[in-house]
Design a protein around this ligand. Structure first.
Ligand SMILES: *Cc1c(COP(=O)(O)O)cnc(C)c1O
Length: 362
């Protein structure tokens, strides 16, 4: 069975982890700071604050940007739970805006309409789904005109760019995840990035019990820190990020050239966008369950990200949200299937995946 994903871990990560274990300093410390510095340098941003997960990073960002209870925030209904659960945790009201059918990301035209309808909203939580940047230039421009702030959920898009600019550097803050399946991983982990000195300091306090000075608690905070053990892995993973993304793009290009089945629509990469293919996601016309079963019968693992919209989740129905239309997102949720695209796939495996997809019939 070809799994849906597999991390690229080598001797370098193992050596670094041993270095931490031998040091006796396993909690957040020297290696965490090194990892933060190297990630900030990679993105070309002033600050990076490591966290225990991507969700913790998102929450730290949302808590620290200056939004207040009851504020409305535009976001996509077609994403992972934490993009929106952190808004609810902060007492904010999600305003769902539909996605673009080709990019699966927030549709800027629909967002502009929603901004007309809810001019009192204070922010936009944008997601770069599957590793493809959203139209973040247009979105940031729309937000700026109305004095709204932008937060980027970059959990699936390490190293993704629009022209030469990395995602995570367009908004007031960006949040990354280093969960085991992401393009680079620390097992569990996350990172908040920002160019804003004051915001960086607030985030650092929030993830460390609200203290700047030891045992002096200025604000309510938590232990959302990243350990040296996790950071040691990340330190080596960052060095491999460009290689990993190039490999994923090569695998995606192979699929684009060889998948040929009228029932299977391929992903698109708009001009000027650098897609890092966290997922290679196709759209299946007809019975998706049969397609998935066909892949599994042929020894190909696959995933469905995501099988439903967040508007349908009981938690958000209870917490309350505004829905400005989710038809496109709902259709995507019924049709998408993600294929293995991880960097360790060999040519023989790529061929098997193509063969399985091409031999599917209704
Ligand atoms: C993975 C992911 C998260 C959450 O990251 P964790 O590290 O699992 O907490 C948030 N948003 C998106 C879009 C993700 O894919």
């Amino acid at each position: 069975m070809i799994p849906i994903t597999r991390p690229l871990i080598g001797e370098e990560e193992k050596m670094r982890v041993l270095e931490v274990l031998d040091s006796g300093e396993l909690a957040s410390g020297y290696w965490t700071r090194q990892f933060e510095n190297s990630f900030a340098e990679y993105l070309g941003i002033r600050h990076a604050v490591a966290t225990s997960s991507g969700t913790a990073a998102l929450q730290a960002a949302v808590e620290s940007v200056g939004l207040v209870r009851g504020d409305k925030v535009f976001t996509t209904p077609f994403t992972f739970i934490s993009t929106v659960s952190v808004l609810v945790a902060c007492g904010l009201v999600p305003v769902f805006v539909d996605i673009d059918a080709e990019t699966y990301n927030l549709d800027p035209e629909r967002l502009a309409e929603a901004m007309e309808e809810y001019p009192e909203a204070k922010g936009v939580m944008v997601v770069h789904l599957y590793g493809l940047p959203a139209d973040v230039n247009t979105i940031a421009e729309l937000a700026e005109k109305r004095g709204m702030l932008v937060i980027e959920d970059c959990a699936q898009a390490h190293g993704a760019r629009v022209k030469d600019r990395h995602v995570g550097t367009f908004g007031k803050a960006g949040a990354f995840s280093f969960y085991g399946s992401k393009n680079i991983t620390t097992g569990e982990g996350g990172m908040v990035v920002t160019d804003d000195d004051l915001l960086a300091e607030k985030v650092r306090m929030f993830v460390n019990h609200g203290q700047r000075e030891r045992y002096h608690y200025e604000v309510l905070g938590y232990n959302f820190r990243m350990s040296n053990v996790n950071a040691a892995i990340g330190l080596e993973q960052v060095k491999k990020l460009d290689f990993i993304n190039r490999k994923r793009r090569e695998n995606a290009a192979y699929f684009n050239r060889h998948i040929d089945n009228p029932l299977v629509l391929l992903p698109k990469e708009p001009e000027g966008y650098y897609h890092v293919y966290h997922q290679y996601t196709v759209r299946v016309m007809g019975d998706r369950n049969r397609f998935v079963q066909h892949l599994v019968n042929n020894g190909i693992g696959c995933g469905i990200y995501y099988p439903s919209c967040l508007t349908e989740q009981p938690i958000f129905q209870r917490a309350g949200y505004i829905d400005t239309g989710t038809d496109i997102a709902r259709q995507a949720a019924r049709q998408v299937v993600s294929l293995p695209v991880y960097p360790g796939l060999g040519l023989e495996e790529l061929e098997r995946i193509v063969l399985a997809v091409n031999s599917y019939r209704e």
